[in-house]
Design a binder for this molecule. Structure first.
Ligand SMILES: [Zn+2]
Length: 276
């Protein structure tokens, strides 16, 4: 009888040991699940999958770029965004304070940009091009005139001669895709120029000297200018004007041109609320 009791006790003890080992192993498994996690990693336990709310997002390629420091309040308006949207329209009263005449032209540009433009033109001439400034500062009134001329020309083509006609609005909307709406032209800002390698009577980019534009695209940033409306960025800028260059200063221009950005993409980095 004593032996049987001992055997029973040993049996129970062995069973307890087995059970303890199993339970301990299970506990070890669950305690090895790390709560939390780094860099947005998903943390899994046996039954739950959740995202760590404290994890920081993986840095994107954009975050890793060394973005220049930019003062968007710069009184020279050098970084001002101008677009055909209420928030970004220039008022009819906006006239740059520091306009200066471009030597040899009856055209003006902001005096901040003028020395850079002159240096760019000298370099283009040295490279063998006959650079020509086809447009620079334009008043609101002049842009208004250009726009209304385009709208009435389109309306006439549609057989509408009365601007009170409700259909005239269709002509206005179409004109908006061809000529900058008053207040939405960077030419009013005094920081934009339309550049050609000689005077062309018609504005057909394909007929212009592509070597000249290739040279400009490579070198404009050295003089603080960017290609503002490249054809390939049409969906982002809303505008296709490959001869239009805009002054933003050397640092921003170099960054924009080196990273193949349009100004909207650059601006959006500093203004997360900005959508385009
Ligand atoms: Zn232009």
């Amino acid at each position: 009888m004593k032996r049987r009791k001992l055997f029973w006790l040993f049996g129970m003890a062995a069973l307890c040991l087995v059970l303890f080992t199993i339970i301990d192993a299970r506990l070890e498994n669950t305690s090895s699940v790390i709560m939390g996690g780094a860099q947005g990693a998903y943390v899994t336990s046996d039954t739950v999958t959740f995202e760590d709310p404290n994890a920081e997002a993986e840095p994107t390629a954009e975050d890793l770029l060394d973005w220049p420091e930019v003062d968007f309040e710069d009184p020279s308006n050098q970084y001002r965004m101008v677009r055909d949207e209420t928030n970004f329209l220039l008022s009819s009263a906006f006239i740059p304070e520091d306009l200066a005449e471009i030597p040899g032209y009856r055209l003006s540009i902001s005096s901040v940009a003028l020395p850079y433009l002159e240096a760019l033109m000298d370099a283009a001439r040295e490279a063998g091009f006959t650079i020509y400034v086809a447009g620079a500062y334009r008043t609101y009134g002049h842009q208004n005139y250009l726009f209304n001329s385009k709208a009435s020309q389109i309306a006439a083509g549609m057989g509408i001669d009365d601007y009170m006609d409700p259909d005239y609005q269709l002509a206005v909307e179409e004109a908006r895709t061809i000529t900058a709406f008053p207040g939405s032209s960077e030419h009013q800002l005094g920081l934009a120029v339309d550049l050609m390698d000689r005077q062309y009577s018609s504005w057909v980019y394909e007929n212009m000297n592509q070597e000249f534009y290739a040279w400009l695209d490579e070198h404009c940033a050295e003089y603080g200018f960017i290609k503002r409306y490249p054809t390939k960025k049409l969906l982002l800028t809303g505008w296709d004007e490959p001869w239009h260059y805009r002054f933003v200063g050397k640092e921003a221009a170099t960054f924009i041109m080196e990273h193949d950005l349009c100004y909207e993409e650059f601006y959006a980095h500093y203004h997360p609320e900005f959508t385009f």
